[in-house]
Design a protein around this ligand. Structure first.
Ligand SMILES: [Zn+2]
Length: 507
C-alpha cells in the first residue's frame, strides 16, 4: 500500500473543521511535498515529522512523498497536524496497518525526539470532531483533560510517536486521561479584604446583579483595582454552555494550564493600559488569536488607567462591546470570537493623580475636563454605573471595626437578584437587566408611573442625561429593586439609580 489517510481537525476562530491528511508514496526522487494551503508552521512540520520518525527508531521512506491536507480551501495553521501526518506517512509506507486509526481523529505536535507535545485549541477541535460524527480521538497527554470535557467521545492520550506506533501494531496501550481536576478551585480575592469603601462595594454588587458596566473614578490608593479584581468573586458560576465557550477560548489562546479542565469561574482580564489594540481586541500576524476582550468573555474586562489608553484602542472596543463579538479581517478570511464582557474602567480624576484626592489637585478645571473627555466619546456613555471613590485616610482605616461582608454572602444576594430578573424577562430571553432593550422598559407593562420617573425626565430635559442614559437609569433601577426584593422600582430606586449613573454618588 502506498496511500493512506488519517483524520485531524483544523480551527478557524472557534470553529473546527474535519481535515483529511492524505499521504501518497511513489517511486522517484526522495522528496516531501506538502499541499493544501499550509502556512509556514506547516512547512516546518515536514522537518519535525522527519526527525521524529527517525528518532523514534523508524526508517524514513526514501520515496517521493506527497502529503495533502483536505479540504484544500480551508486555511490551516499551527502544529496540531504533525502526528496525523506522521501516522499517514508511516501507514502509506506500509510500516503501520491502517485499520486501528480508521475513523479516529489524531491531534498533536511532534518534537524532534519523537515526543508528542501539547497544542492550542484541543477542546474546540474535539468538539468539532464529535459534531462531525467522530467518537474516538487521540490527543497529547497534556491536553487530555480538556478533551474529556466534551461528551460523547472516547479520549486516549499519547506522549510519544513511539507509543502511537506500538499501539497501532497492537504491541502497547495508549494512555488514559488524568482524573478530573478538583471541583473546588483555589479561592480568588475576597470582598472581605476591602476596608471601608461602602459606596464602591455597593456599586460592585449592583453591577454584578444586573450585569452593568462600571466606571470607578478616584485618586490612587482609593481601592479601584481591589474592587475590580473582586467582581468575579460575586458573579455566579458559568453554566455549561458558557463554561465550554470560556474554556475553548483559553485553549485556543494557550492560556489553559496543562491538564486543565472545564473553567467554571467567570474570567478576569486586566490588560495594561499600554497594551496594543491587537492584544486587547485580538489579531496578530497570520492566525488571528483571541485578545483580552475575548478571554474576558462571560467575565470581567478591567481597564485600569483608562484615560491613558490610546483613543484608537478605546475606539476599537466600541463595536465588540455593543455586539458581544469580535470580527477580525484576515487575508485568508474572517475570524470571529465571542466577547460578551462586563467592563470595569478605572481612572484618576485628573492627570496629576494626587493621592489625597481633590484637595491637593493642581490641575485646572479645564485640564480635568479634557482628561476625562478622552473616555466619554467612545465608551463612557455605555457605562451604567459611575462612582467617584473618596481617598482612604488612615483615620478611616482605623475606625472601621466591623468586618466587611465576604464575597460568598454578596454572591448569594446577586444570585437571588439575577433569578428575579431572569424570571421577569423569560419571554425576551434576557438573562440580566443590562441586556434588556430600552424600548422594552419604556412600554407596558414595564413602564414606571410618571410620578416615580419625574426627576429622570427633568434630568433628560436639562441635558444632564442622554436618551441612552435615560434607559440605562431605568435598567439600574430594576436591578436595585431586584436586590431589595421589590416587585418593581419606585421613586427611591429610580433616584438611587440616577445617582449611580451620573456619578453624583460620592462616598
Ligand atoms: Zn489634578
Amino acid at each position: 500500500m502506498s496511500y493512506a489517510r488519517v483524520l485531524c481537525v483544523g480551527l478557524v476562530g472557534m470553529a473546527g473543521h474535519l481535515v483529511e491528511v492524505e499521504a501518497d508514496l511513489s517511486p522517484g526522487l526522495p522528496a516531501v511535498v506538502l499541499t493544501g494551503l499550509p502556512d509556514t508552521a506547516l512547512h516546518e512540520a515536514r522537518d519535525r515529522v522527519r526527525a521524529a520518525v527517525v528518532n523514534s527508531g523508524r526508517s524514513w521512506p526514501n520515496r517521493r512523498i506527497t502529503v495533502n491536507l483536505l479540504p484544500a480551501a480551508l486555511p490551516k495553521h499551527g502544529s496540531a497536524f504533525d502526528l496525523a501526518i506522521a501516522a499517514a506517512l508511516l501507514t502509506g509506507a506500509g510500516e503501520l496497518p491502517s485499520r486501528p486509526l480508521e475513523g479516529v481523529v489524531v491531534l498533536g505536535e511532534l518534537g524532534l525526539d519523537g515526543a508528542v507535545r501539547p497544542v492550542r485549541g484541543v477542546l474546540p477541535m474535539v468538539a468539532a470532531a464529535v459534531g462531525a460524527g467522530i467518537d474516538q480521538v487521540i490527543v497529547p497527554l497534556a491536553n487530555a483533560r480538556e478533551a474529556t470535557v466534551v461528551p460523547g467521545v472516547t479520549v486516549r492520550a499519547v506522549d510519544s510517536l513511539h507509543r502511537l506506533v506500538d499501539f497501532v501494531h497492537a504491541k502497547g496501550e495508549l494512555l488514559d486521561p488524568p482524573p478530573p481536576a478538583p471541583a473546588v478551585p483555589a479561592p480568588g480575592p475576597d470582598m472581605a479584604d476591602i476596608v471601608g469603601q461602602e459606596l464602591g462595594r455597593y456599586g460592585l454588587e449592583v453591577a454584578a446583579a444586573g450585569g452593568h458596566h462600571l466606571a470607578l473614578f478616584g485618586p490612587p490608593g482609593a481601592g479601584k483595582t481591589m474592587l475590580a479584581e473582586r467582581l468575579p468573586s460575586i458573579l455566579p458560576e458559568l453554566d455549561d454552555a458558557a463554561a465550554l465557550e470560556v474554556t475553548s477560548l483559553q485553549s485556543i489562546a494557550g492560556e489553559l494550564p496543562p491538564h486543565g479542565g472545564l473553567v467554571r469561574r467567570p474570567p478576569f482580564q486586566a490588560p495594561h493600559h499600554t497594551a496594543s489594540t491587537a492584544a486587547l481586541v485580538g489579531g496578530g500576524s497570520g492566525l488571528a488569536r483571541p485578545g483580552a476582550l475575548s478571554l474576558a468573555h462571560r467575565g470581567v474586562l478591567f481597564l485600569d488607567e483608562a484615560a491613558e489608553i490610546r483613543s484608537s484602542t478605546l475606539q476599537a472596543l466600541r463595536q465588540p462591546l455593543e455586539t458581544g463579538r469580535v470580527v477580525l479581517g484576515r487575508a485568508n478570511g474572517t475570524t470571529r470570537y465571542p466577547a460578551r464582557v462586563q467592563l470595569v474602567m478605572a481612572a484618576n480624576p485628573c492627570p496629576c493623580a494626587s493621592p489625597a484626592g481633590d484637595q491637593h489637585c493642581t490641575c485646572t478645571p479645564l485640564v480635568r475636563r479634557r482628561y476625562l473627555a478622552r473616555l466619554s466619546g467612545p465608551l463612557l456613555d455605555r457605562i451604567d454605573i459611575r462612582l467617584t471613590l473618596p481617598p482612604l485616610t488612615a483615620a478611616q482605616l482605623l475606625t472601621v471595626t466591623t468586618p466587611a461582608t465576604p464575597s460568598a454572602v454578596v454572591a448569594e444576594r446577586v444570585v437571588k437578584a439575577r433569578a428575579a430578573a431572569a424570571a421577569r424577562w423569560t419571554e425576551g430571553g434576557w438573562r440580566v437587566n443590562a441586556e434588556v432593550p430600552g424600548s422594552q422598559l419604556r412600554q407596558k407593562p414595564w413602564r414606571l408611573p410618571t410620578a416615580d420617573t419625574a426627576e429622570l425626565k427633568k434630568a433628560l430635559d436639562m441635558g444632564l442625561l442622554s436618551a441612552r442614559g435615560f434607559d440605562r437609569v431605568l435598567r439600574l433601577a430594576w436591578t436595585i429593586a431586584d436586590l431589595d426584593g421589590l416587585g418593581r422600582p419606585a421613586r427611591d430606586e429610580v433616584m438611587e439609580a440616577l445617582q449611580l449613573r451620573t456619578g453624583d454618588r460620592h462616598g
